[in-house]
Design a protein around this ligand. Sequence first.
Ligand code: FE2
Length: 276
Amino acid sequence: MNLLFIGDIVGRPGRDLIRQGLAGLVDRFAIDFVIANGENAAAGFGITREIGEELLARGVDVLTSGNHIWDKKEAIDYIGTEPRLLRPANYPAGVPGRGSYVGRTAQGRAVAVINVMGRVHMPPLDNPFTVVLQEVQAARERTPIVFVDFHAEATSEKIAMGWHLDGRVTAVIGTHTHVQTADERILPGGTAYLTDVGMTGPHDGIIGVERGPALARFLTAMPSRFETASGDPRLNAVVIDADDASGRARSIERIALTRDALVELGAPSEREAPVR
Ligand code: FE2
């Protein structure tokens, strides 16, 4: 089966890319299951019920998140009612929401999605390396197809997680930095790995926000209010082909498309146009 994982959807520019291009992408890559990180979907910070419902209605099967999951207060209630919206599994016990979900493809195949968050240059949560093993064990009792979104800053921590889970899961894909890395590979045990899938949103700012205020913070060390950037919208994603029976990844392909390229990819080609 083919899994599509879409990198951090940032604000309206990111949501517009989903609206304009997801159906075409699913068609072109024969996608069976769509996962997307949505923690920045609401104006760059957090997610609301309305936006979560919109993304799920447009074809996303599971939404993952990270440190920004609580930015919009309503997410605390929403996550309790929507099992397809995940927060990192290594938040302390008793925190609202869940860190994993098992969905089904149109053909009825089960796909487990697990979300964990790193601790290097990140808020101090429970140990993701031990928590993820419990989640993986529970998931593998239900399906061999197990996808992990590791939301983390440090490349070392992410690569360590890839090796930690090699042979135990279908894929370990990083999020949070908003910068796509070029180190995709299939590890020896059959786990697809990529340090960071990147960002689906405006690429002319500083990781999704307008350059001016972000640069001012570096220049003055004073607080400044960030607004979502708008220019150069691009979709960053990854497609993983997994063996249904074993859960091993067969291939991993990185996707980085401008809006024009995305829309063109989804448009029927001349060859497919009706003959008159
Ligand atoms: Fe994040």
